[in-house]
Design a protein around this ligand. Structure first.
Ligand code: NDP
Length: 464
C-alpha cells in the first residue's frame, strides 16, 4: 500500500443509507480532529446539487453527533460537492475528472454502493485513466461465498493493482478490538493463562435490541451469518485468539489474523443453531416463507497449539434483550488445594457499550475456616482519550494510505472457507420471541451453557 496522502476523496453512494448514518458523521469527526485536508466529491444518481448534499450532511451529522460545532461543520460542508450521474455512463466519470483536475489521479475512490456495481465503477475509473495512483475502497460484503469473493477480487484486480484495493470491515476500525489485543499482550496477568491449559471455553456475544427495521428486503437476502458473523464477529474472534505479531508493521497484525482464521475448522451443519424472531416474516420486503436467520449461534474449534481442545462459541441476533458486544473467557478451576476448591474464574471483556473488563476470582471469607467465594474486580478497557467512531478510523486510514485496519484478500477468503459449507441452509430456523435470548436449543452449543452477559453480575451459566 503506497503510503501517500490522497489528493481527494470520492464517495460513490453519497445519497445512500451508509453515507447518511456512518460516513458523513465520520467525515465530521475527521474534520473536527484536523485529519481532513482534501476536497470530497459525492457521486450518485439522485437529482441533487452541492446545496442538497450539504443539507444532507448537516442533517446526518446532527442526527449522529449530538453536540455539533458549527464552525467544523461549515468547514466540512465547504469541501463537499456533488456529481450527478449513473455509474454505467462514462460521462459521469468525465465530469468527475474535470471537477477534480489533477487530484482525480491521487484520489481515494470509496464504493459505498450496492455490491453489483463495485466492478462497474472500478472498470469505469480504469477506463478514465484514474486508477494509476489512486486507491479503491470497497464496502462489505466482499462476495457472498468463497467463489464469488475470489471472482470479485479477480475482477477488481483487472482495474486496480492489488495493493491499491482496500476492503472494508469496519469492526477492524473499532478501538475496542485493539484494546482487547493490548490487554492480552501488555499484561503478564492475562497472557500466560490465555491458552488451552487454563481456559475452559470462550464465548462471543453480539446482541442487538433492534429488529431489521426498514431494511427487511436487504436483510432477508443476507441473514446473520453473512451480515455479521463471517466478517465482524470473526474479527472479534481473531483479536481474542490470535498470536502476537513479530513486528509492529501494520500488515503484521493482519498476517496473524489470517493465520488464526486458517486454523479454524470449517463449520458443519451440527455446529449451528439458527433462529428467526416471531413477526420477522411480516416485515416489509421479507418473503412470506423466509428461512433467513435473524439469530445464529455456532461453536467452532481452532486447531493450533494455543487453542486445540478449547470450545469457542459465537452468538448474535436481532430483537435480543440487550445491545452489547462481549467476549467471555471461562477459566478452568485452580488445581485443587484442599479446602480451596471452587468454580474457575471468568474474564469478561465488554467491548460495547462500556469498554470494560472484569475478572471474577475466588477469595476467602473472613473468619475461621478456608471457605472461598467469588468476588470480582473490574476496570476500563481503554485509558481516556477521544472516542473515535470505527468509520473515522477506516476513512482516516484510507486517506493517509495505511492498510492497518483493512482485511486482506487472504483473510477474507479464509473467513468464507470456514462458513462455506453452511451458507444458504434452507431448513426452517427456530422461532424465538423478541426480547428473549434466542432459541433454547442454542444453549447446547456453548460449553456448559451461555454465560449471562453484562458486567453487572458474575456470569452465571444460564438458559437463554
Ligand atoms: P443504499 O441503497 O442506501 O445506497 C446506494 C447508493 O448507491 C445510493 O447513493 C445510490 O444512488 C448509489 N447507486 C446505486 N447504483 C447506482 C448507479 N448505477 N449509478 C449511480 N449511483 C448508484 O445502500 P447502502 O448505503 O445501505 O449500502 C451501500 C454499501 O454499504 C453496500 O455495499 C452495503 O452492503 C454497505 N453497508 C451498508 C450499511 C448500512 O447500514 N446501510 C452498513 C455496512 C455496510 P441513488 O440512490 O442516488 O440512485
Amino acid at each position: 500500500m503506497p503510503n501517500a496522502r490522497a489528493g481527494s476523496l470520492v464517495l460513490f453512494g453519497i445519497t445512500g443509507d451508509l453515507a447518511k448514518k456512518l460516513l458523513l458523521p465520520a467525515l465530521y469527526a475527521l474534520e473536527r480532529s484536523g485529519e481532513l485536508d482534501e476536497p470530497i466529491v459525492g457521486v450518485a444518481r439522485s437529482d441533487w446539487d452541492d446545496a442538497a448534499l450539504r443539507k444532507r450532511t448537516e442533517e446526518a451529522v446532527g442526527e449522529a453527533s449530538g453536540e455539533v460545532d458549527g464552525v467544523v461543520l461549515a468547514r466540512l460542508c465547504n469541501r463537499l460537492s456533488y456529481v450527478r450521474g449513473d455509474y454505467a455512463d462514462s460521462a459521469t466519470f468525465a465530469t468527475l475528472k474535470e471537477r477534480l483536475g489533477e487530484a482525480a489521479h491521487r484520489a481515494v475512490y470509496y464504493l459505498a454502493t450496492p455490491p453489483p456495481v463495485f466492478t462497474t465503477v472500478a472498470e469505469a475509473l480504469a477506463r478514465a485513466g484514474l486508477n494509476q495512483r489512486s486507491r479503491l475502497v470497497v464496502e462489505k460484503p466482499f462476495g457472498h461465498d468463497l467463489t464469488s469473493a475470489r471472482a470479485l477480487d479477480a475482477a477488481l484486480c483487472c482495474s486496480f493493482d492489488t495493493d491499491k484495493i482496500l476492503r472494508v470491515d469496519h469492526f477492524l476500525g473499532k478501538d475496542a478490538l485493539a484494546a482487547l489485543f493490548a490487554l492480552r499482550f501488555a499484561n503478564l496477568l492475562f497472557e500466560p493463562i490465555w491458552n488451552a491449559e487454563h481456559v475452559a471455553s470462550v464465548q462471543i456475544t453480539f446482541a442487538e435490541r433492534l429488529d431489521v427495521a426498514d431494511r427487511g428486503g436487504f436483510y432477508d437476502s443476507v441473514g446473520a451469518l453473512r451480515d455479521v458473523v463471517q466478517n465482524h464477529l470473526f474479527q472479534v474472534l481473531a483479536h481474542a485468539a490470535m498470536e502476537p505479531p513479530d513486528t509492529a508493521a501494520p500488515r503484521a497484525m493482519e498476517a496473524e489474523r489470517t493465520r488464526l482464521f486458517s486454523a479454524v475448522r470449517p463449520l458443519a451443519r451440527s455446529d449451528l443453531v439458527r433462529g428467526q424472531y416471531a413477526g420477522y416474516r411480516q416485515v416489509d420486503g421479507v418473503k412470506d416463507e423466509s428461512t433467513t436467520e435473524t439469530y445464529l449461534a455456532l461453536r467452532l474449534e481452532i486447531d493450533n497449539d494455543r487453542w486445540r481442545g478449547v470450545p469457542f462459541a459465537i452468538r448474535t441476533g436481532k430483537c435480543l434483550p440487550a445491545d452489547l458486544l462481549e467476549v467471555a473467557i471461562a477459566l478452568k478451576p485452580a488445581a485443587g488445594v484442599a479446602g480451596l476448591e471452587g468454580p474457575g474464574g471468568q474474564i469478561r471483556l465488554c467491548l460495547e457499550p462500556e469498554g470494560r473488563w472484569r475478572l471474577d476470582y475466588l477469595a476467602k471469607t473472613r473468619g475461621p475456616g478456608m471457605a472461598v467465594v467469588p468476588l470480582h474486580v473490574q476496570g476500563a478497557l481503554e485509558a481516556s482519550g477521544p472516542l473515535r467512531p470505527a468509520y473515522q478510523v477506516i476513512l482516516g486510514d484510507a486517506l493517509s494510505g495505511s492498510a492497518a485496519h483493512f482485511p486482506s484478500q487472504a483473510s477474507i477468503e479464509q473467513c468464507w472457507r470456514i462458513v462455506d459449507g453452511v451458507l444458504d441452509l434452507d431448513d426452517a430456523p427456530i422461532e424465538y420471541q423478541p426480547g428473549s435470548w434466542g432459541p433454547p436449543e442454542a444453549d447446547a452449543l456453548a460449553e456448559g451453557g451461555w454465560l449471562a452477559p453484562g458486567l453487572g453480575e458474575r456470569g452465571a451459566r444460564v438458559a437463554p
